[in-house]
Every structure is written in C-alpha cells, then in structure tokens.
Write a protein that binds this ligand. Structure first.
Ligand code: HEC
Ligand code: HEC
Length: 405
C-alpha cells in the first residue's frame, strides 16, 4: 500500500513559488555553461546548443528522414504525433512498416526522473517504461542504432553522419578536434551532447500549466477543474494521487504527477502492435523481454507510473498505446472491474478474458486493491460519468504553455 497523500494548498503554494525559481536558476546555471574547446575556431558554443541540433537533425537516420524529434515532437510535449494518425499506438521507424512495441512517452520532465533503484515498496525511477536506461546519455545511445527507430547499422555509421553535418565543427569546438577519431568514444560524446540539451533546455521543465499558475495564485480553476482535482486526490474516489501525486515532492520541485514507482494495471492487449501477432509474445515491463536483469515473477506486467503533465496532448496512452482518448483511460480505471466486457475480449465460452495482455500466471500481479479499481462485479463505480468528466477537465489544466487571461 502506498502512503496516502494529503493535499495542503497553503504550504504548497509557498513552496512552489520558491521552488520554480530555484529550479530555473539551476537550469540557467548549467544551461550555457559548457566550456568550449579552443579547437575548430574560437567561437564559444554550448554542448546543449549542439545537442539541440543533433536532436532535430533528420539526416542522422539510415536512410535520412528521422530525428529524435520525429517521435518526440515539441508541439505535443515531445511525443509522437504520427502514432495516433496511423492508429497503431506505437511509433513507426524510419523504415516504413517497422514498428516498435511501445508508445513513445513524453520526455518533458523526464530530466527529473530519479535513477532506477529499490525502495521498501519496490522498484522506482529509471528511464523507459521499464526503467532500464540509467541515464539520459545511456538512453540517447539507443535510438540511433535501433533497427525499428533510426536504423543505423552500427555506431560508425551514425558517427560519420554527425561528422558530415553542417554543425560538425561545433561538435569539435565542444569536444576537441579529435572527437571523431575513435568511434566508440565519439558515439558516447555525441549522446552526452544530446543528453545535455535534454537536461538544460527549459522546454523539458516548463511548469507553465494552468495548474501551476493556480498554485502560484495567478489564475482560478473552474468549478469542474477544482472538483476534478478533489476527486483525483480523494482516496475513496479517483485515488489518482496515490500514484500520480499532485503535491510537490520536495521544496525544490513542483508536483510531477508521478511517484516513479511501478504497477501492473492490466491494460488491454493492443492487437495493432506487430509483435502481438504472436499470441505467445508479451511485453512484461520490468521482467522483460526488453529488460533482462529481473526474473522475479512478482515484477511481471509492471510499468513505471508516467507523469500526467501535458497528458491531454500526448495521446495515445499507456505503455502499449492501447487508448487513444483520455476520457476512455479514466473510464477504464473506473469500470475495469465492474464492466470488464467494455475493455477485454471474450474467450470461446463467452467469458471475459480480463488482463489479456498478461500470461495467465502473472494476472495476479495486477493491482486490484486500490481504488478506483478495488471493485468486484456488481459493485458501484468509484466515480459517476460526471465525476469522470471533471477529472478529465482537471487533467486538461496540466498542459504547459497556458496563457494567463
Ligand atoms: C521511432 C520513434 C523514436 C525515436 C526516433 C526516438 N525515440 Fe525516444 N522513445 C521512443 C519510445 C517508443 C520510447 C519508450 C521505449 C521503451 O520504454 O522501451 C522512448 C523513450 C525515450 C526516453 C525515455 C523517457 C522516459 O520517460 O523514460 C527518452 C529520454 C528519449 N526517448 C529520448 C530520445 C532521443 C534523445 C532520441 C534521439 C537520439 C529519441 N528518443 C529517438 C521512441 C522514439
Ligand atoms: C496504483 C497506482 C495508480 C493509480 C491509483 C492510478 N494510476 Fe494512472 N497509471 C499508473 C501506471 C503504472 C500507469 C502506466 C501503466 C502502463 O503503461 O501500463 C498509469 C498511466 C496513466 C495514464 C496514461 C498516461 C500516459 O502518458 O500514457 C493516465 C492518463 C493515468 N494513469 C491517469 C490516472 C488517473 C486519472 C487516475 C485516477 C482515476 C490514475 N491514473 C490512478 C498507476 C496508477
């Protein structure tokens, strides 16, 4: 059981004002700060600025056409705008028709994700839906050579592309004239450059949603949004805050709407994912197949709790992109156990196959003890249709870039 979170507006407002300022000071401090090497000209250039160029450069895939931003579009909180359009729930690689098995997550606020570790309640933190990448640099090294993403045959092919890019001299200014001499070292440095962009650019930690301005006392939430927030927090209603906390985790960080823990929700299987054509293939999150370091059966089916900031503009949802509509996600939480036929297929005998994206032996890992999904067939739902609407209204107040009236 998770520690329940109590919502205290007054203290939080105070803390937040201080903390956003502190956080921005931190960003500015490391932002333009990378020392420039005297080689390749004398003009100073920051690692982050070069990292930004690499992040958006579509010439770095094989064939050309895909950059990090193809799947992580800044206009959609750095998620993939194509995944919905092609109705798959997952991203297509640079080779047409090749798809990964997972939904592209937002990478706004991921800079605040703690490194993977274990606490009393179990695992927490780490990058990717299963936490397998320890650092941003580790992560940034994945896509360039992933066959279903940027598809470079090897590190050398990627390094050579950066070496031929218009900004190659900037890479030298940052790392020295010999940066491209050793492929393995160069690859590490290039990925570290991208990570520096992700760590320091304000677009990755804006805290400019209506909710943030409300916390700062600059705007009012509507009665629907306020009620949605209460339902979101109430342990006998949405209980969302038990895993997606709406209060600040520390005096320097505003609310992140994730506690970075792992849970199995029993999300329905997404038949559109090519790998799922094999009925024996299952994405089990912490226990593989992408992750290979855990064999404990109790971890199977668990995925990291994602932030809900910007969630209104980051469809599709869940690790497998099964849901394309935010209201459906909330309705799924509320009705999974009382109307499972809305979400899961029937077997040959007409029985609903609950938690059909997990092999039978791991279905006991699915959380059935915490509201809103602690219900049994015949019980009343934890929230009414109107209450679901209000929670969705509140979630819509978490989109960054809110313009104050
Ligand atoms: C083809 C689409 C695609 C491309 C291109 C791509 N990504 Fe991703 N990204 C994903 C998917 C899918 C995941 C989740 C994978 C998983 O959980 O196994 C992800 C996860 C991430 C994460 C982890 C976020 C978190 O919250 O854990 C970061 C950071 C990231 N990508 C950055 C990048 C960078 C940097 C590049 C370019 C070097 C890049 N991505 C290129 C699809 C893509
Ligand atoms: C017991 C923990 C827990 C509770 C309670 C909980 N969630 Fe989640 N939530 C998760 C986990 C874990 C995931 C990721 C699951 C996956 O991808 O398989 C998730 C995913 C989501 C997503 C998808 C986000 C995305 O980017 O794909 C939304 C939206 C969401 N939750 C909203 C809510 C709302 C609203 C409530 C309350 C009605 C709630 N959650 C209650 C653990 C929880």
């Amino acid at each position: 059981m998770r520690a329940r979170i109590i919502f205290v507006t007054t203290i939080k407002q105070l803390v937040l004002t201080v903390s956003v300022a502190a956080l921005f000071a931190l960003f500015t401090a490391c932002g333009g700060g990378s020392a420039a090497s005297p080689s390749a000209g004398t003009q100073a250039v920051s690692k982050a600025a070069v990292g930004e160029k690499i992040f958006f450069d579509t010439s770095l895939s094989e064939p050309a056409g895909m950059s990090c931003a193809t799947c992580h579009d800044p206009a959609r909180a750095f998620t993939d705008s194509h995944a919905l359009a092609i109705s798959m729930g997952v991203s297509e690689g640079v080779i047409p028709g090749l798809f990964g098995g997972r939904n592209t997550p937002t990478i706004v606020y991921h800079v605040l994700t703690p490194v993977f570790g274990f606490a009393e309640e179990g695992p927490y933190g780490g990058l990717f839906h299963d936490g397998r990448a320890a650092t941003l640099a580790d992560q940034a090294g994945g896509p360039p050579t992933n066959p279903v993403e940027m598809h470079n045959p090897d590190m050398a092919s990627y390094v050579n592309k950066v070496k031929s890019a218009a900004y190659a001299d900037d890479v030298k200014r940052v790392w020295g004239n010999d940066v491209f001499d050793n492929v393995t070292e160069a690859y590490k440095k290039i990925t570290a450059t991208v990570a520096e962009f992700e760590k320091t650019d304000k677009r990755f930690a804006p805290f400019t949603s209506k909710f943030d301005y409300w916390l700062a006392g600059k705007v009012k939430l509507t009665s629907e949004e306020l009620n949605g927030l209460s339902l979101f927090n109430a342990s006998d209603k949405g209980n969302c805050a038990a895993c997606h906390p709406s209060i600040a985790p520390s005096s320097v960080t505003p609310p992140l709407f994730t506690d970075f823990t792992y849970d199995a929700l029993g999300v329905p299987r997404n038949a559109a994912i090519p790998a799922n054509a094999d009925p024996n293939y299952f994405d089990l999150g912490l226990c593989g197949p992408a992750r290979t370091d855990f064999s404990s059966p109790t971890l199977c089916g668990k995925f990291r709790v994602p932030t809900l900031r910007n969630v209104a503009i980051t469809a599709p949802y869940f690790h497998n992109g099964k849901f394309s509509n935010l209201r459906d996600v909330v309705k799924f939480y509320v009705t999974r156990d009382i109307n499972p036929e809305l979400w899961y297929p029937l077997d040959g005998n007409g029985n609903v196959v609950k938690f059909d994206d997990l092999p039978a032996q791991y279905r006991i890992n699915v959380n059935i003890s915490e509201p809103p999904y602690n219900r049994r067939l015949g019980d009343l739902p934890a929230m009414t249709e109107v209450e679901i609407d209000h929670v969705v209204a509140f979630l819509n107040a978490l989109t960054d870039g809110y313009v104050l009236p």
